[in-house]
Write a protein of this length. Structure first.
Length: 378
């Protein structure tokens, strides 16, 4: 994804606007995969869905250099949908492998692995691109297939999580019964809209204030390093604490971090802002993800995982147009608006925590501070 627009406007020779449409189609495929991909794993089994979708996605990405442009515009969104569906099933398998209450640690381990990959991947991709853009897609697709075949023997041979009990709740019925979770999802979108300014308006702001690109890349590296060092121990330390105040505190710290970016720019102020923002990210991202998974009945874990990921990636799509519009109109206004949005989201979360969802006779307390049905045997 990082190199897609460069590839389309470079070797493929597309105009910038056309390349934006094609890349946007890839983003739409990801979004749809998040919101709907979990249904396939819940219905047919997450192992089966993960293996099938990752195989098809890897083959599609590896074939990119040989696809004519009209076909490429179709294959990219499909590959994105399949790859995201595989990722949703990966998250569901990770959640089902551990008991409720321990999922914050599981999520933190997954995020640490993802951040490590994000540190390593872009420089390796840049080295490959220096040789050949075609090689980038071929290597990416083949690596997906290699991981798929290496991991397959280690995955649990799960049966489909579909239940034939007519009283088992559907997704929408389960959500209607958990109003606190329904209120949490818009707050996730709002905070992610703010958080993604780190990749859109923050680099513009630093550039306009005369800072070198190296300062921006340095704070991104600092943030990733702090996550790698601290997220797992913090998750373990706070695993018995109710989710709502932890998430709300994380949201508030993210807003405060962006206000600090609005101070006169210097290496010190920018690093402090990044440290505060990253502290908020460590608190809220792991906790909110685990909270949603803990709230899910076992037969709906994939769809709950997809709902959360979809809410978060919605912020990715909205951040650039909203943030740049505000920045172009009134640059100094962007930072207090970020704080205000995070404060609203934090208030929504705290309000949800004070209104516990109605308990059904089968519900048991969730380790993340909510209520959830007991895990099914096996």
């Amino acid at each position: 994804m990082l190199f897609l627009t460069l590839y389309l406007t470079g070797p493929r020779g597309l105009a910038v606007a056309t390349a934006g449409l094609v890349a946007g189609g890839y983003g739409v495929g990801m979004l749809l995969g998040n919101f709907t991909g979990g249904r396939w794993g819940d219905r047919f089994g997450h192992r089966r869905t993960l293996l099938l979708c990752s195989t098809a996605s890897g083959l599609g990405v590896a074939a990119v250099p040989w696809l004519p442009l009209p076909l490429l515009a179709v294959v990219l969104p499909v590959a994105a949908y399949l790859g995201t569906t595989a990722a949703v099933s990966t998250g569901a398998l990770s959640a089902l492998a551990v008991a409720r209450g321990d999922r914050r640690t599981s999520v933190a381990i997954g995020r640490a692995a993802s951040n490590a990959g994000f540190v390593i991947g872009p420089p390796v991709g840049a080295l490959i691109v220096a040789h050949s853009y075609d090689a980038l897609f071929v290597v990416d697709g083949l690596m997906t297939l290699a991981v798929r075949f290496a991991v397959a023997p280690l995955l649990p041979r799960d049966e489909p999580h579909v239940t034939r009990d007519p009283d088992a709740p559907s997704l929408w019925r389960a959500l209607r019964a958990d109003r606190a979770l329904v209120r949490l999802l818009p707050a996730v979108v709002l905070v992610d809209l703010v958080y993604r300014q780190l990749y859109t308006t923050v680099p513009l702001h630093l550039r306009d204030q005369g800072s070198p690109v190296g300062l921006y890349t340095a704070i991104i590296a600092i943030g990733s390093g702090l996550i790698l060092l601290l997220e797992i121990p913090v998750a373990r330390r706070l695993r018995a604490v109710s989710s709502y105040p932890v998430i709300a505190t994380g949201y508030a710290l993210v807003g405060l971090g962006f206000v600090l970016f609005g101070l006169p720019v210097s290496p010190l102020t920018v690093v402090v802002a990044m440290v505060v923002l990253t502290a908020g990210e460590i608190l809220y991202k792991t906790t909110a993800t685990a909270h949603v998974l803990d709230a899910a009945p076992d037969h709906l874990v994939g769809q709950y995982q997809g709902l959360y990921m979809g809410a978060a990636t919605s912020g990715t799509m909205l951040a650039a147009p909203v943030g740049t519009a505000v920045y172009a109109l009134a640059p100094a206004l962007l930072w207090p608006l970020c704080l205000g949005a995070c404060a609203v989201a934090a208030a929504v979360v705290l309000s949800s925590g004070r209104r516990p969802a109605p308990r059904s006779p089968a519900a048991t307390p969730s380790g993340s501070g909510g209520t959830a049905p007991p895990p099914r045997a096996g």
